[in-house]
Design a protein around this ligand. Structure first.
Ligand code: M6R
Length: 364
């Protein structure tokens, strides 16, 4: 049931503050300022490497998780799209944790990758939304997301709930390895607990984003730029736009622009820049200015501080609440999803059932 919403995708975007809070509530003990995971039979402190395997949107959760795990827990992380994983004959040493991420828990390539890891003796965990799925049954440690059924083919609420679990997993591994002090853990719990309210603040910009959709809908190509954990979010933004609006879109690490893609820039190419203020902000802004100097039309998504510093000259700006860089990908996902959604509505596509796509891809 879509309720008051025109599409399931819209409904699912709007459900995020509630379902992310639901998911977080089973991974945070806010009163004690602790993160927590379900009971498990192995010691997270012995994890020396993490191999993450997933497809599509779930693979971008893995890519964001790599930044978090490496920063917090200081363990090396590899991220593969599942269709490539088995065939590159990955080296899976002892003390590797194999992590699959999947909304459906049935994606054929991810399931095959999970079975491959198990056959190599790797301990596995899964961030999975459908609790009765094949993957949920087969992983050693199930880390459920509590997003509820996701109907829209374009994944939205599953993505942000997966990120919430990923952050909790990274913190738990960091703590088990002695890399996270009680004080740092408390700060992290506080920031994570702020996510639902920050998502609500992001949703309040819906009408504004709808207003810009007409301009973007006329474009043939759109680029998304981000740095650090917001780089995989740029990839996610581009995927979301292409799958439901059929506009060609690419995500790039902001610093890569000058190594090729900047050649594409002219007045007809909108560039969506995802840049929360923080340590990477100035670098991203200088990449953005390179785009503007070539006539590129920038939509800057940042907070009040960032927009005051760099919003001038942008075609449009979207103001996010000021959040800690760690949780920015969860909050900045909202405008990125809304933009794709409204562009698709302007274009009149079948938002919930885009052409050529299936909700669950059960062939390899
Ligand atoms: O069910 P899964 O999370 O394993 O699905 C993975 C991808 O097929 C999925 O995320 C796909 O990329 C979505 N259509 C993205 O919106």
């Amino acid at each position: 049931d879509k309720g008051n919403h025109r599409h399931f995708m819209q409904k699912e975007i709007y459900e995020q503050p509630v379902v992310v809070a639901q998911t977080l509530s089973s991974y945070l003990r806010t009163l004690e300022a602790k993160v927590a995971l379900p009971d498990m039979e192995f010691d997270l402190g012995s994890v020396e490497r993490v191999a993450i395997v997933a497809c599509g949107t779930a693979s971008y959760v893995g890519a964001i998780g790599k930044y978090w795990l490496e920063q917090m827990a200081r363990v090396p992380v590899e991220v593969d799209v599942a269709s490539e994983f088995r065939y590159r004959e990955p080296v899976l040493g002892p003390n590797t944790l194999g992590l699959v991420i999947s909304q459906s828990g049935e994606t054929a390539d991810t399931l095959a990758a999970l079975r491959h890891m198990k056959s190599e003796g790797v301990t596995t965990a899964g961030i999975i939304n459908v609790p009765t799925s094949s993957m949920a049954r087969e992983v050693d440690l199930l880390l459920p997301t509590h997003a509820g059924p996701e109907i829209g083919v374009a994944s939205t609420k599953a993505f942000t709930c997966q990120l919430a679990v990923m952050a909790a997993l990274a913190a738990n591994i960091a703590r088990a390895k002695g890399k996270l002090s009680d004080a740092d853990e408390a700060v992290l719990v506080k920031h994570l607990a702020e996510v639902p309210a920050a998502m609500n603040a992001a949703l309040a910009h819906d009408a504004e984003i709808e207003g810009m959709a007409h301009t973007i809908a006329g474009a043939r190509d759109v680029l998304y730029l981000g740095r650090g954990p917001d780089y995989p979010l740029a990839l996610e933004g581009a995927l979301k736009l292409k799958e439901i609006s059929y506009i060609h879109a690419e995500g790039y690490a902001a610093g890569e622009m000058k190594h090729g893609p900047i050649a594409l820039i002219d007045e007809s190419v909108p560039v969506i820049v995802i840049a929360p203020s923080g340590p990477l902000f100035d670098k991203t802004v200088s990449n953005m200015q390179e785009v503007q100097a070539r006539g590129g039309k920038v939509v800057l998504i940042s907070d009040s501080e960032g927009l005051a510093q760099a919003g001038e000259g942008a075609l449009a700006t979207i103001e996010m609440p000021k959040v800690h860089p760690l949780i920015a990908p969860l909050v900045y996902a909202v405008p990125v999803q809304l933009l794709a959604y409204h562009v698709a509505v302007v274009k009149g596509t079948d938002v919930d059932q885009p052409r050529n796509l299936a909700k669950s891809v059960t062939v390899e």
